[in-house]
Write a protein that binds this ligand. Structure first.
Ligand SMILES: Nc1ncnc2c1ncn2[C@@H]1O[C@H](COP(=O)(O)OP(=O)(O)OP(=O)(O)O)[C@@H](O)[C@H]1O
Ligand SMILES: [Mg+2]
Length: 374
């Protein structure tokens, strides 16, 4: 049991570890603290083992340490306390500390230093350090809470994107396989009916309905592909991008150029989907907003990176202003691209200025298995 636990002194309670070998100096420290209004409950340590034991026995407010001891040192104690609790106030109280030694101690993380001969400042120093330690702890708690919130948000975002892709894949297949096949059957049967019917009016009607069924079938196929082209799952990113370019190329519209290596390693579902969706959004943006005459999509492998660049020669835009507007929730494109790339462990940048076109660059780390092959 510590001294103060047996005879609790009056004053503001303070729990201090005193790293000191001279009993008189301990008494002087306790006296200075009492004069400053503290009722100090203290533990005493002269070695690393004793300090370790003291740190483990309870909650401490402050460590007051001599600079040099026969079997220990203030700097060793400082490192030991820092490893135990980086926010714990640590004040060096030494007899013969020179300016340069004091500076070195502060650099090593001591919060203050005092000379044994002049302890009038001790109370104020302890008070200030207790306040600052509380602020450091509060900041650390806030940072930790923020980190957890960020991780939760990231997990949620990841899950939502996964679910969105799974849902798109499911609806695309359902549209293509079930509805598409039923429509095909309706169309073929109507055509057969038209051929067999002797009634001219009935034949024309059957032909007309078969024509409408054919158009709906075409729309359903397009919708299915737009939701998620099967190439992305079956053949990989390069094939899916070739489809994307073909899908958006129109006569009289901007030229869309795709440069991609013949052989591209599979990057994993998340990275490939991220790249495809980014290229899709960037291409849509270029076609919708840029007034470009050319859009260029480039895929390449660079050492340990996979690179996707989408550039257009259109009117360009103020990226910072667009990002600020996006925070109001009016548009999702830029935010969605950033999110997908970040979740896949990559980085995305956009370079654009009014009148000078836009260039979007994505860099994704290659999967470890592919690193060896490159
Ligand atoms: N390639 C581009 N050229 C010119 N302006 C662009 C280009 N890409 C984006 N922008 C500008 O940035 C804005 C934000 O783009 P973003 O993709 O986030 O939203 P959006 O395309 O307007 O809507 P959403 O993508 O949600 O359907 C656009 O409204 C447009 O003004
Ligand atoms: Mg957009």
């Amino acid at each position: 049991m510590t001294e103060a636990a047996k005879h609790p002194p009056a004053g503001r309670p303070l729990r201090a570890i005193i790293v000191e070998d001279t009993p008189d100096d301990i008494a002087l420290l306790l006296l200075a603290l009492r004069r400053a209004g503290y009722a100090t409950d203290h533990a005493h340590a002269q070695t690393a083992e004793e300090l370790d034991a003291a740190l483990r026995t309870g909650q401490w407010d402050v460590v007051l340490a001599d600079y040099s001891l026969p079997d220990f040192s203030g700097l060793l104690a400082l490192a030991q306390v820092g490893a135990y609790d980086p926010d714990m106030p640590f004040i060096i109280v030494s007899g013969n500390i020179g300016e340069d030694v004091a500076v070195a101690a502060m650099k090593a993380g001591a919060h203050d230093y005092l000379i044994k001969g002049n302890l009038t400042r001790l109370g104020a120093a302890v008070e200030r350090e207790l306040r600052e330690a509380e602020m450091r702890r509060a900041r650390r708690r806030d940072e930790e809470a923020l980190r957890h919130a960020r991780l939760r948000l990231q997990a949620l975002s990841n899950r939502m994107l996964e679910m969105q892709e799974a849902e798109r894949r499911h609806i695309a297949r359902e549209l293509h396989d079930e509805i598409g096949q039923s429509l095909t059957a309706i169309k073929l049967n109507l055509e057969a009916l038209a051929l067999r019917s002797a009634d001219e009016a009935a034949r024309r009607l059957a032909d007309e309905i078969a024509g409408v069924a054919g158009e709906v079938l075409e729309q359903v196929r397009r919708l299915s592909l737009d939701l998620r082209p099967p190439q992305l799952d079956d053949l990989g990113l390069s094939a899916a991008l070739h489809w994307l370019v073909k899908r958006h190329t129109r006569e009289g519209g901007p030229a869309i150029v795709l440069e991609a290596p013949q052989e591209l390693p599979r990057l994993g579902a998340q990275a490939e989907t991220a790249c495809f969706r980014v290229a899709q959004e960037a291409l849509t943006n270029a076609l919708r907003h840029a007034g470009a005459t050319q859009v260029r999509i480039e895929l390449k492998l660079e050492e340990d990176m996979f690179c996707l660049d989408v550039g257009d020669d259109g009117r360009g835009f103020d990226v910072a202003a667009a990002r600020a507007r996006a925070l109001l929730g009016t548009s999702l494109g830029l935010v969605g691209m950033n999110e997908r790339v970040a979740l896949a462990g990559g980085e995305m940048g956009i370079a654009s200025h009014a009148g000078s076109g836009t260039r979007l660059s994505v860099r994704l780390p290659l999967p470890v298995a592919e690193l060896k092959a490159v």
